[in-house]
Design a protein around this ligand. Structure first.
Ligand code: GLU
Length: 394
């Protein structure tokens, strides 16, 4: 008898987390591993956030919070949306969750019936695809390329939409490609979405601040699609608070209510102390975290320079996030130190074993030709990692 449900059998393990677990395991065996696998800033959260959390404990925030989050936090989310994104949301449209991941699965569970279509530009973040599997929905992937800077065109979008299309999900800045859609590009996509009002668009803006392009647009800014958009964000990346697990959405009220219903029967809501800390994080101007963004940009430049020196690696110039997604298929079929490389998984395993550098193969991101490298670590570690990769491939 198969004891595991069909839904779960159809879902793969998260490869970003699996690779980071492998790196941890090798480290615990005494190897000097540099992990460029999981997307996790190496900074500490800002001190004022830590103070707010300590105060929350002392003030007695030990109990259940309202399911969608403390009202004060939802108000702070609305202030943030208005301040940074010119978006008007009311607290009744906001749901705070246990990380951005839970925000996404809430929306998926609220909307998707088996067989419904989820449109996803590829390459995509691994969990979009697998959460659709969990909901027994069908993924419709829109492939892109390095040459197109990993962005879809409005025509591509238009032809993918069918009467079964329920959700479109994308990130800008994009995990894993680092691409950032311009205002004009988003406007052109919004015009297509507006012609299909049954479609809900999840705009994953978790990397909003880790953006080197000089400007940022939220697609919900276009009034013709505001009612179709779920604006998703969280504290993990911008505030280096991955383990605190705070994500949030701004959405049409009916959908926020549905997410509240899912959350009320699953988690009861996000951690109370982390929510209190989030209030103080969201109330500061983004300039307060500028030092992290500057560091990420310098690392991006370093990584680009190093990748250009690696034969067989080919990439775009990422405009945001702390990922780079080079195409490496020119290396397939070659043998290094007796190991034959047939695909990007082979290459990532080879680099882990030979160079003790952990990166993630491209297949779970929907692109077997590429590798994802996270550069959320120090320049010193990056220099060392690339010198090892160079040696392993020479
Ligand atoms: N989002 C990060 C990544 O892509 C964290 C790990 C995960 O949740 O996938 O590496």
């Amino acid at each position: 008898m198969q004891r595991i449900s069909r839904r779960l059998q159809n879902m793969s393990y998260s490869q970003t987390l699996a690779m980071s677990a492998k790196a941890r395991e090798l480290s615990s065996q005494g190897h000097d591993v540099i992990s460029l696998s999981v997307g996790e800033p190496d900074f500490s959260p800002p001190n004022f956030v830590l103070q707010a959390a300590k105060k929350a404990i002392d003030k007695g925030h030990h109990y259940y919070t309202p399911v969608p989050g403390y009202l004060e936090l939802r108000e702070a989310v609305c202030e943030k949306f208005l301040r940074d994104n010119q978006l008007n949301y009311q607290p009744s449209q906001v749901v705070v969750s246990t990380g951005g991941k839970q925000s996404i699965i809430n929306v998926f569970l609220a909307l998707l019936n088996p067989g419904d279509e989820v449109i996803i530009p590829g390459p995509y973040w691994v969990s979009y695809y697998e959460m659709a599997n969990l909901c027994e929905a069908k993924q419709v992937i829109l492939p892109t390329s390095v040459e197109a800077n990993f962005k879809i065109s409005p025509e591509q979008l238009e032809t993918a939409i069918t009467p079964r299309s329920k959700v479109f999900i994308f990130s800008s800045p994009c995990n894993p490609s680092g691409s950032v859609y311009t205002r004009e590009e988003l406007k052109a996509l919004a015009e297509v979405f507006a012609r299909h009002p049954q479609l809900i668009i999840i705009s994953d803006e978790i990397y909003e601040h880790i953006n080197y392009s000089g400007s940022y647009t939220s697609i919900a800014e276009f009034p013709e699609v505001y009612e179709q958009i779920v604006t998703l964000n969280g504290l993990s990346k911008a505030f280096a608070m991955t383990g605190w697990r705070v994500g949030y959405i701004g959405a049409p009220e009916w959908l926020a209510k549905a997410c509240d219903k899912v959350q009320g029967q699953t988690t009861s809501g996000a951690n109370a102390i982390a929510q209190q800390a989030a209030i103080s994080a969201l109330r500061v101007a983004p300039e307060r975290i500028g030092y992290m963004i500057e560091a990420f940009e310098k690392r991006r430049d370093l990584v680009l320079k190093e990748i250009q020196k690696l034969p067989g690696f080919y990439c775009n110039i990422p405009q945001g996030t702390f990922y780079i997604f080079p195409e490496v298929s020119a290396l397939f079929g070659r043998t290094f130190s007796g190991v034959k490389i047939s695909n990007s998984d082979d290459l990532s395993m080879y680099l882990l074993e030979k160079a003790h550098v952990a990166v993630v193969g491209g297949a779970p991101f929907g692109d077997e030709k590429s590798l994802r490298i996270s550069y959320a670590v120090s320049e010193e570690k990056l220099n060392e990692a690339f010198s090892r990769i160079h040696q392993a491939l020479s």
